[in-house]
Design a protein around this ligand. Structure first.
Ligand SMILES: Cc1cc2nc3c(=O)[nH]c(=O)nc-3n(C[C@H](O)[C@H](O)[C@H](O)COP(=O)(O)OP(=O)(O)OC[C@H]3O[C@@H](n4cnc5c(N)ncnc54)[C@H](O)[C@@H]3O)c2cc1C
Ligand code: FES
Length: 256
Protein backbone atom coordinates (compact mmCIF):
# COMPACT_ATOMS: atom_id res chain seq x y z
CA UNK A 1 0.00 0.00 0.00
CA UNK A 2 1.33 3.42 -0.93
CA UNK A 3 -0.03 6.85 -0.07
CA UNK A 4 0.27 9.28 -2.96
CA UNK A 5 -0.19 12.95 -3.75
CA UNK A 6 -1.28 14.33 -7.12
CA UNK A 7 1.39 16.44 -8.84
CA UNK A 8 -0.61 17.06 -12.03
CA UNK A 9 -3.69 15.73 -13.80
CA UNK A 10 -4.09 17.00 -17.35
CA UNK A 11 -6.15 16.14 -20.38
CA UNK A 12 -3.86 14.82 -23.15
CA UNK A 13 -6.48 13.69 -25.70
CA UNK A 14 -10.25 13.41 -26.07
CA UNK A 15 -11.41 11.74 -22.81
CA UNK A 16 -7.86 10.76 -21.81
CA UNK A 17 -5.87 12.20 -18.92
CA UNK A 18 -2.26 12.04 -17.72
CA UNK A 19 -2.00 11.74 -13.94
CA UNK A 20 1.38 12.29 -12.28
CA UNK A 21 1.60 11.25 -8.64
CA UNK A 22 4.29 11.44 -6.02
CA UNK A 23 4.90 7.95 -4.56
CA UNK A 24 8.68 7.51 -4.07
CA UNK A 25 8.81 3.85 -2.94
CA UNK A 26 6.47 2.82 -5.74
CA UNK A 27 8.46 4.73 -8.38
CA UNK A 28 11.52 2.61 -7.57
CA UNK A 29 9.62 -0.68 -7.51
CA UNK A 30 7.52 -0.68 -10.71
CA UNK A 31 8.48 -2.73 -13.79
CA UNK A 32 6.97 -2.13 -17.28
CA UNK A 33 3.69 -4.06 -17.67
CA UNK A 34 2.78 -3.97 -13.97
CA UNK A 35 -0.24 -2.05 -12.71
CA UNK A 36 -1.46 -0.14 -9.66
CA UNK A 37 -4.88 -0.39 -8.01
CA UNK A 38 -6.04 3.09 -7.02
CA UNK A 39 -8.56 4.07 -4.32
CA UNK A 40 -10.90 6.70 -5.73
CA UNK A 41 -12.79 8.20 -2.77
CA UNK A 42 -16.05 10.13 -3.03
CA UNK A 43 -18.79 7.48 -3.36
CA UNK A 44 -19.26 5.06 -0.41
CA UNK A 45 -21.30 2.69 -2.65
CA UNK A 46 -18.21 2.06 -4.78
CA UNK A 47 -15.76 -0.13 -2.94
CA UNK A 48 -13.56 -1.27 -5.82
CA UNK A 49 -10.28 0.34 -6.66
CA UNK A 50 -9.43 1.29 -10.24
CA UNK A 51 -6.64 -0.84 -11.79
CA UNK A 52 -4.38 1.16 -14.13
CA UNK A 53 -1.08 0.53 -15.90
CA UNK A 54 1.65 3.11 -15.62
CA UNK A 55 3.42 4.82 -18.51
CA UNK A 56 6.53 6.20 -16.75
CA UNK A 57 8.22 6.10 -13.37
CA UNK A 58 10.99 8.42 -12.24
CA UNK A 59 12.79 6.97 -9.18
CA UNK A 60 14.88 10.15 -8.76
CA UNK A 61 11.85 12.47 -8.52
CA UNK A 62 9.73 9.77 -6.87
CA UNK A 63 6.93 10.18 -9.42
CA UNK A 64 4.74 7.82 -11.43
CA UNK A 65 2.74 8.80 -14.53
CA UNK A 66 -0.52 7.11 -15.52
CA UNK A 67 -2.70 7.69 -18.60
CA UNK A 68 -6.37 6.89 -18.10
CA UNK A 69 -9.55 7.10 -20.16
CA UNK A 70 -12.69 8.45 -18.50
CA UNK A 71 -15.18 5.57 -18.92
CA UNK A 72 -17.28 5.46 -15.74
CA UNK A 73 -17.84 6.97 -12.32
CA UNK A 74 -14.41 6.19 -10.85
CA UNK A 75 -12.35 7.60 -13.69
CA UNK A 76 -14.75 10.57 -13.92
CA UNK A 77 -14.01 11.42 -10.27
CA UNK A 78 -10.29 10.95 -10.92
CA UNK A 79 -10.46 13.50 -13.73
CA UNK A 80 -11.55 16.10 -11.14
CA UNK A 81 -8.48 15.60 -8.92
CA UNK A 82 -6.25 18.65 -8.63
CA UNK A 83 -2.66 19.17 -7.51
CA UNK A 84 -2.24 18.19 -3.85
CA UNK A 85 -5.14 15.67 -3.80
CA UNK A 86 -4.19 12.59 -1.76
CA UNK A 87 -5.30 8.94 -1.78
CA UNK A 88 -3.64 5.51 -1.69
CA UNK A 89 -3.00 2.62 -4.03
CA UNK A 90 -1.95 -1.02 -4.00
CA UNK A 91 1.01 -1.97 -6.13
CA UNK A 92 3.02 -2.95 -8.01
CA UNK A 93 0.41 -5.46 -9.23
CA UNK A 94 1.09 -8.57 -11.29
CA UNK A 95 4.22 -9.15 -13.29
CA UNK A 96 5.52 -7.23 -16.25
CA UNK A 97 6.74 -8.03 -19.77
CA UNK A 98 9.30 -10.86 -20.04
CA UNK A 99 11.47 -9.83 -22.96
CA UNK A 100 13.73 -12.75 -24.00
CA UNK A 101 17.35 -12.35 -22.94
CA UNK A 102 19.50 -11.02 -25.78
CA UNK A 103 16.56 -9.58 -27.77
CA UNK A 104 17.85 -7.13 -30.38
CA UNK A 105 14.70 -5.96 -32.14
CA UNK A 106 11.25 -5.71 -30.61
CA UNK A 107 7.81 -4.76 -31.98
CA UNK A 108 5.26 -3.12 -29.68
CA UNK A 109 1.62 -2.69 -30.68
CA UNK A 110 -0.74 -0.48 -28.66
CA UNK A 111 -4.37 0.25 -29.39
CA UNK A 112 -6.38 3.04 -27.73
CA UNK A 113 -5.68 3.26 -24.02
CA UNK A 114 -3.54 0.10 -24.36
CA UNK A 115 -0.60 2.31 -25.32
CA UNK A 116 0.80 3.09 -21.79
CA UNK A 117 2.23 -0.34 -20.88
CA UNK A 118 3.88 -0.82 -24.30
CA UNK A 119 5.27 2.74 -24.36
CA UNK A 120 6.71 2.16 -20.90
CA UNK A 121 8.41 -1.01 -22.16
CA UNK A 122 9.65 0.68 -25.34
CA UNK A 123 11.29 3.42 -23.28
CA UNK A 124 13.15 0.90 -21.13
CA UNK A 125 14.29 -1.12 -24.18
CA UNK A 126 15.41 2.00 -26.07
CA UNK A 127 17.50 3.05 -23.05
CA UNK A 128 19.14 -0.39 -23.17
CA UNK A 129 20.02 0.15 -26.85
CA UNK A 130 17.44 -2.32 -28.22
CA UNK A 131 15.68 -1.41 -31.49
CA UNK A 132 11.93 -0.93 -31.02
CA UNK A 133 9.35 -0.48 -33.76
CA UNK A 134 5.90 0.68 -32.66
CA UNK A 135 2.41 0.41 -34.14
CA UNK A 136 -0.10 2.73 -32.52
CA UNK A 137 -3.81 2.72 -33.26
CA UNK A 138 -6.93 4.53 -32.16
CA UNK A 139 -10.49 5.15 -33.27
CA UNK A 140 -9.70 8.71 -34.36
CA UNK A 141 -6.89 11.29 -34.18
CA UNK A 142 -8.48 13.08 -31.20
CA UNK A 143 -8.02 9.94 -29.09
CA UNK A 144 -4.52 9.10 -30.30
CA UNK A 145 -1.83 9.04 -27.59
CA UNK A 146 1.86 8.21 -27.42
CA UNK A 147 2.93 8.81 -31.03
CA UNK A 148 5.29 11.71 -30.23
CA UNK A 149 6.69 9.80 -27.26
CA UNK A 150 7.53 6.80 -29.43
CA UNK A 151 9.07 9.09 -32.06
CA UNK A 152 11.14 10.87 -29.40
CA UNK A 153 12.76 7.55 -28.44
CA UNK A 154 14.35 7.40 -31.89
CA UNK A 155 14.54 3.62 -31.45
CA UNK A 156 12.82 2.49 -34.67
CA UNK A 157 9.84 2.91 -36.98
CA UNK A 158 6.57 4.34 -35.67
CA UNK A 159 3.42 3.43 -37.60
CA UNK A 160 0.09 5.10 -36.87
CA UNK A 161 -3.38 3.88 -37.84
CA UNK A 162 -6.84 5.27 -37.15
CA UNK A 163 -10.18 3.57 -37.79
CA UNK A 164 -11.52 6.70 -39.54
CA UNK A 165 -8.34 7.71 -41.40
CA UNK A 166 -7.88 11.02 -39.54
CA UNK A 167 -4.19 10.15 -38.90
CA UNK A 168 -1.81 7.65 -40.47
CA UNK A 169 -3.15 4.53 -42.14
CA UNK A 170 -6.93 4.44 -42.63
CA UNK A 171 -7.45 1.11 -40.91
CA UNK A 172 -6.16 -0.89 -37.96
CA UNK A 173 -2.73 -1.05 -36.36
CA UNK A 174 -2.97 -4.85 -36.72
CA UNK A 175 -2.41 -4.34 -40.46
CA UNK A 176 0.79 -2.32 -39.85
CA UNK A 177 1.95 -4.93 -37.35
CA UNK A 178 1.34 -7.79 -39.82
CA UNK A 179 3.29 -5.91 -42.48
CA UNK A 180 6.26 -5.24 -40.19
CA UNK A 181 6.27 -8.84 -38.95
CA UNK A 182 6.42 -10.16 -42.51
CA UNK A 183 9.23 -7.81 -43.58
CA UNK A 184 11.48 -7.51 -40.47
CA UNK A 185 13.13 -9.96 -38.07
CA UNK A 186 11.89 -9.57 -34.49
CA UNK A 187 12.85 -11.32 -31.26
CA UNK A 188 9.73 -10.34 -29.32
CA UNK A 189 6.30 -8.71 -29.69
CA UNK A 190 4.40 -6.93 -26.89
CA UNK A 191 0.79 -5.86 -27.36
CA UNK A 192 -1.96 -4.18 -25.33
CA UNK A 193 -5.38 -2.97 -26.46
CA UNK A 194 -8.79 -4.38 -27.32
CA UNK A 195 -8.96 -8.21 -27.24
CA UNK A 196 -9.73 -8.58 -30.94
CA UNK A 197 -6.70 -6.40 -31.76
CA UNK A 198 -4.35 -8.40 -29.54
CA UNK A 199 -5.58 -11.73 -30.91
CA UNK A 200 -4.79 -10.55 -34.46
CA UNK A 201 -1.32 -9.33 -33.45
CA UNK A 202 -0.73 -12.68 -31.71
CA UNK A 203 -1.76 -14.55 -34.87
CA UNK A 204 0.64 -12.48 -37.03
CA UNK A 205 3.46 -13.03 -34.52
CA UNK A 206 2.79 -16.79 -34.45
CA UNK A 207 2.85 -16.87 -38.25
CA UNK A 208 6.23 -15.11 -38.20
CA UNK A 209 7.47 -17.45 -35.45
CA UNK A 210 8.05 -14.63 -32.94
CA UNK A 211 7.33 -14.92 -29.20
CA UNK A 212 4.46 -12.57 -28.32
CA UNK A 213 3.06 -11.39 -25.00
CA UNK A 214 -0.23 -9.57 -24.45
CA UNK A 215 -1.42 -7.48 -21.50
CA UNK A 216 -5.03 -8.45 -20.80
CA UNK A 217 -7.69 -6.31 -19.20
CA UNK A 218 -10.20 -7.90 -16.84
CA UNK A 219 -12.57 -6.62 -14.19
CA UNK A 220 -10.60 -6.71 -10.94
CA UNK A 221 -12.22 -6.73 -7.50
CA UNK A 222 -9.30 -7.28 -5.12
CA UNK A 223 -6.21 -7.01 -7.37
CA UNK A 224 -4.17 -9.44 -5.27
CA UNK A 225 -5.41 -12.97 -5.96
CA UNK A 226 -8.25 -13.32 -3.45
CA UNK A 227 -11.48 -13.18 -5.50
CA UNK A 228 -11.15 -14.81 -8.99
CA UNK A 229 -13.08 -12.04 -10.77
CA UNK A 230 -10.12 -11.45 -13.07
CA UNK A 231 -9.83 -14.99 -14.49
CA UNK A 232 -8.40 -15.50 -17.96
CA UNK A 233 -9.03 -18.79 -19.76
CA UNK A 234 -5.64 -20.14 -20.85
CA UNK A 235 -4.39 -23.46 -22.22
CA UNK A 236 -3.09 -24.08 -18.65
CA UNK A 237 -6.57 -23.51 -17.14
CA UNK A 238 -8.08 -20.41 -15.51
CA UNK A 239 -5.46 -17.91 -14.38
CA UNK A 240 -6.03 -14.66 -12.51
CA UNK A 241 -4.91 -11.61 -14.48
CA UNK A 242 -3.93 -9.76 -11.30
CA UNK A 243 -1.31 -12.29 -10.17
CA UNK A 244 -0.52 -14.53 -13.21
CA UNK A 245 -0.86 -11.53 -15.56
CA UNK A 246 -1.79 -9.01 -16.67
CA UNK A 247 0.92 -9.99 -19.19
CA UNK A 248 0.37 -13.45 -20.72
CA UNK A 249 2.16 -15.61 -23.28
CA UNK A 250 -0.18 -14.92 -26.25
CA UNK A 251 -0.09 -18.55 -27.44
CA UNK A 252 -1.71 -19.61 -24.13
CA UNK A 253 -4.67 -17.22 -24.20
CA UNK A 254 -7.92 -19.03 -25.09
CA UNK A 255 -10.45 -16.21 -24.49
CA UNK A 256 -9.28 -12.68 -25.22
C1 LIG B 1 -4.39 -4.50 -15.38
C2 LIG B 1 -5.24 -3.38 -15.91
C3 LIG B 1 -4.63 -2.25 -16.41
C4 LIG B 1 -5.40 -1.19 -16.90
N1 LIG B 1 -4.74 -0.10 -17.37
C5 LIG B 1 -5.46 0.94 -17.81
C6 LIG B 1 -4.79 2.14 -18.24
O1 LIG B 1 -3.56 2.24 -18.23
N2 LIG B 1 -5.58 3.18 -18.64
C7 LIG B 1 -6.95 3.09 -18.66
O2 LIG B 1 -7.61 4.05 -19.05
N3 LIG B 1 -7.60 1.98 -18.26
C8 LIG B 1 -6.90 0.91 -17.83
N4 LIG B 1 -7.57 -0.21 -17.37
C9 LIG B 1 -9.05 -0.22 -17.38
C10 LIG B 1 -9.57 0.53 -16.15
O3 LIG B 1 -9.27 -0.22 -14.99
C11 LIG B 1 -11.11 0.72 -16.24
O4 LIG B 1 -11.41 1.53 -17.34
C12 LIG B 1 -11.62 1.38 -14.96
O5 LIG B 1 -11.55 0.46 -13.88
C13 LIG B 1 -13.06 1.85 -15.10
O6 LIG B 1 -13.45 2.40 -13.83
P1 LIG B 1 -14.70 3.37 -13.69
O7 LIG B 1 -15.11 3.38 -12.25
O8 LIG B 1 -14.44 4.67 -14.33
O9 LIG B 1 -15.77 2.66 -14.56
P2 LIG B 1 -17.01 1.78 -14.09
O10 LIG B 1 -18.16 2.69 -13.80
O11 LIG B 1 -16.61 0.79 -13.06
O12 LIG B 1 -17.27 1.00 -15.44
C14 LIG B 1 -17.33 1.66 -16.73
C15 LIG B 1 -17.04 0.64 -17.80
O13 LIG B 1 -15.69 0.13 -17.65
C16 LIG B 1 -15.71 -1.28 -17.47
N5 LIG B 1 -14.71 -1.62 -16.46
C17 LIG B 1 -14.75 -1.36 -15.14
N6 LIG B 1 -13.67 -1.83 -14.52
C18 LIG B 1 -12.91 -2.42 -15.48
C19 LIG B 1 -11.68 -3.10 -15.48
N7 LIG B 1 -10.97 -3.33 -14.38
N8 LIG B 1 -11.20 -3.54 -16.66
C20 LIG B 1 -11.90 -3.36 -17.77
N9 LIG B 1 -13.05 -2.72 -17.85
C21 LIG B 1 -13.57 -2.28 -16.72
C22 LIG B 1 -17.11 -1.61 -17.01
O14 LIG B 1 -17.47 -2.93 -17.38
C23 LIG B 1 -17.92 -0.58 -17.74
O15 LIG B 1 -18.19 -0.97 -19.07
C24 LIG B 1 -6.81 -1.28 -16.89
C25 LIG B 1 -7.44 -2.44 -16.40
C26 LIG B 1 -6.67 -3.46 -15.91
C27 LIG B 1 -7.33 -4.69 -15.38
S1 FES C 1 -8.79 -9.31 -8.90
FE1 FES C 1 -9.20 -10.66 -7.25
S2 FES C 1 -8.16 -12.46 -7.87
FE2 FES C 1 -7.61 -11.03 -9.40
Amino acid sequence: MHDFEVISNEKIADGIFSLVISAPRLASALKPGQFVNIRVPGDPSELLRVPLSYVAADPERGTVEIWYAVVGKGTQRMSEWGRGFTSDLLGPGGHGWRVPEGARRVLVVGGGIGVPPVLCLARELAEAGIAVDACVGSATVAKLVGVEDFEALGAGEVRVATDDGTAGLHGFCTESAAELLSSHEYDYVATCGPGVMMSKVAASAAEAGVYCEASLERMMSCGFGACSTCNVETTDGMQGACMCGPVFDATKVVVW
